[in-house]
Design a protein around this ligand. Sequence first.
Ligand SMILES: NC(=O)C1=CN([C@@H]2O[C@H](COP(=O)(O)OP(=O)(O)OC[C@H]3O[C@@H](n4cnc5c(N)ncnc54)[C@H](OP(=O)(O)O)[C@@H]3O)[C@@H](O)[C@H]2O)C=CC1
Ligand SMILES: O=C(O)[C@@H]1CCC=N1
Length: 278
Amino acid sequence: MTTAPDTQTLANISGTVVLAGAGKMGGALLTGWLARGLNPKRVAVIEPHPSDDVRALAARGIRLNPTAKEAGTVAALVVAVKPQTFGKAGPALRPLIGPSTLVVSIMAGTTIAMLDAVCGGTIVRAMPNTPAAIGRGITVAVAAKGVNEQQRATADALLRATGAVEWIDDEALMDAVTAVSGSGPAYVFLLAEELARAGVAAGLPANLATKLARETVAGSGELLYRSDLDAATLRQNVTSPGGTTAAALSVLMGEHGLKELMTRAVAAATKRSKELAK
Ligand SMILES: NC(=O)C1=CN([C@@H]2O[C@H](COP(=O)(O)OP(=O)(O)OC[C@H]3O[C@@H](n4cnc5c(N)ncnc54)[C@H](OP(=O)(O)O)[C@@H]3O)[C@@H](O)[C@H]2O)C=CC1
Ligand SMILES: O=C(O)[C@@H]1CCC=N1
């Protein structure tokens, strides 16, 4: 069950919240924080090439690329650069980290031990996903030893500003988490792409096929979100015995079907997440 975002905790964070890397995921987090009441004057962004949207936020009080001194006491540093960039970008973040700074990393495959070695701080490792951009993400988080209750509440509020949050104790699960929910939106968008393509192959005009696929994926997702029924029951509700859906599902659920493909896909992503940690 999703808990309501703790807007009070977000508004009460004392000190600066620094976002390092305001790209697709970092930008989505930033949007969520501001929408949930984080004072822009408390936010600083470290970003070599800020987008026009991020630049525009400077007019609302966000500090762009401040020095460590200008950033002041950093309550939380959220690291959203690419894992491959972190080795170079990480050490430059060190001066921002004080004795009580919480470091929240959303980088795939980057372990708490690696974060500790490169930039230090009190660490929460998290894996969000892009529906965060509309407040409908899901994030899984794991806290390093030494994260106190207040820091955990701060991390929770920052992450919950973009959707649901699940806390786990076992960091080793983060590779599979990344493969399922971090990368998962891409699998769903691929489904929309392929459904449209198959519609065209079945004779539909491209714009109609694209609209039908998009609305079908979006509407089904919304139904799954709002319904108390599980995915299997919702699927069965579409499937009339001997009907069209059953014909399609005999392909999708048949030998070498989606079960096998998805198992292989998630295994490949899990493996890649583990490789990023090396
Ligand atoms: N996209 C997703 O669905 C998800 C991504 N993540 C994680 O989020 C992180 C960011 O991914 P994503 O947003 O997709 O990638 P992006 O490339 O969109 O964002 C990364 C940003 O970091 C900037 N950057 C580069 N060098 C530095 C630096 N030295 N200091 C500060 N910022 C820097 C990049 O600028 P420039 O482009 O100019 O180099 C870019 O704007 C990754 O670690 C990824 O694993 C986690 C969950 C989901
Ligand atoms: O593809 C990636 O590596 C990142 C992590 C999860 C989603 N995007």
